[in-house]
Design a protein around this ligand. Structure first.
Ligand SMILES: *Cc1c(COP(=O)(O)O)cnc(C)c1O
Length: 404
């Protein structure tokens, strides 16, 4: 069994250890919720303050041109592209994941106008499914929601689009993105991937697997801050043919011609809708600096090691919902317990921050850029204490906020 000194030894040789100092993390807290809201890189507040005070405060309207505000979605998109295996010019940072899901899935189904169905699975995040339901209802398509293991079998020539989240937000189970994408292509369907729990957690290879569209969050492992802009990827194959269903002026070929006739922009700019969220983009852009210093291969290796150690430490006395097979998991470990909610609250009182997902999941995200091996050990020890002492039974731990 891994000891605390084993963990200290692993930290001592961890090539990512110095990166932790780039983040603002309180001393006595073990933050295992970076899969929900990434920690703050220390240099972000100053960068934001400069933009607010100098660019907004002093340069004002000129900043659109002088400071390149207009192109921020493309520039930030290029930085994300590197992390998800896309060539520059195929990723845009804008809007929310939900809005991008709508744009991507609707664009995909329009590229297969003769097909009747959209396929997703029961493990998908609700917003993705709600968006698909709306698209399916409006377009008169069937929405087929199958078990995660039954996705490939559900693919046939009636399917226009298969839209999935690569890593299950509840269990951390990772889909075989390459396998499912090629199975979709074999029947002539398109594949749309939500990378909310992938981008920044491990290397993704969108171009290599031939994904058609992808979307993802800026505020999870990319650390862009609360409500950070999301991203959308459009495969080079669909660059000239996709239709963004929200035809706003920034997706126009020449927005400042103010023509009343919509002419779509070329390339990824066509995925744009309205005025860029400058402050959110500036924070995300700054946060991405940290990724310039790291090798995503190391990030993945560390993520697997952290999650392995945690599963080793708790697996004997907790039910682990996350697959042990490294190919099959993301960067989180989920535990099942009937009283997962108060257990997570009691752990938070001990300074170990995870979260709860209904109905019975205690979820721990291991963001490899700032979680240490000793944190894993200490979190497992605190969990054991909370369970063995029964302190989670205290009624104070049953109080639920709106966000769990
Ligand atoms: C976090 C998450 C979202 C969030 O979407 P927003 O529009 O940013 O609220 C969407 N999809 C998945 C799979 C997620 O994990």
């Amino acid at each position: 069994m891994t000891t605390r000194s084993d963990c200290e030894a692993l930290d001592a040789i961890d090539p990512l250890a110095p990166i932790r100092d780039r983040f603002a993390l309180p001393d006595r807290v073990i933050y295992l919720d970076g899969n929900s809201l990434g920690a703050l890189p220390r240099h972000v507040p100053q960068r934001l303050a400069e933009v607010v005070e100098r660019q907004w405060g002093v340069d004002r309207i000129r900043s659109w041109n002088v400071h390149g505000w207009t192109d921020l979605p493309l520039r930030v998109g290029e930085r994300i592209a590197r992390l998800i295996g896309a060539e520059p010019g195929h990723v845009l940072a804008a809007d929310t994941t939900s809005i991008n899901a709508y744009k991507a899935i609707d664009a995909a189904r329009r590229l297969r106008p003769d097909r009747r169905a959209i396929v997703t699975d029961t493990s998908n995040f609700p917003t993705d499914v709600y968006v698909m339901r709306g698209i399916a209802d409006d377009a008169g398509l069937d929405l087929r929601i199958v078990e995660p293991d039954a996705v490939v079998d559900a693919l046939d020539k009636s399917v226009a689009v298969v839209a999935l989240t690569e890593v299950d937000y509840r269990t951390g189970r990772r889909h075989d993105m390459a396998g499912i994408t090629s199975a979709a292509h074999e029947v002539g369907a398109l594949a749309v991937w939500d990378l909310a729990h992938s981008a920044g957690a491990f290397p993704v290879a969108l171009d290599d697997v031939g994904a058609d569209f992808a979307i993802g969050c800026g505020y999870k492992y990319l650390n862009g801050g609360p409500g950070a802009p999301a991203f959308i990827y459009v495969s080079p194959n669909h660059r000239g043919s996709f239709r963004n269903p929200i035809t706003g002026w920034f997706g126009h070929a020449a927005p400042f011609e103010f023509s009343l006739e919509f002419v779509p922009a070329e390339g990824i700019s066509r995925a744009r809708v309205g005025t860029p969220h400058v402050l959110g983009l500036v924070a995300l852009d700054a946060a991405l600096d940290v990724f310039d210093e790291v090798d995503m291969g190391y990030v993945r290796a560390k993520s697997l090691a952290l999650t392995d150690v945690f599963m080793d430490l708790v697996g004997g006395w907790m039910e682990v919902a996350t697959p042990r097979d490294p190919e099959r998991r993301g960067s989180q470990v989920s535990l099942r317990h009937t009283h997962a909610f108060p257990i997570v609250q009691a752990l938070i009182a001990h300074g170990v921050v995870g979260d709860f997902r209904t109905p019975d999941i205690a979820r721990f995200g291991f963001a490899p850029l700032y979680v240490r091996y000793v944190d894993v050990w200490d979190a497992a020890a605190a969990l054991r204490k909370v369970i063995e002492s029964g302190e989670w039974k205290d009624p104070q731990f049953l109080v639920r906020g709106e966000v769990t």
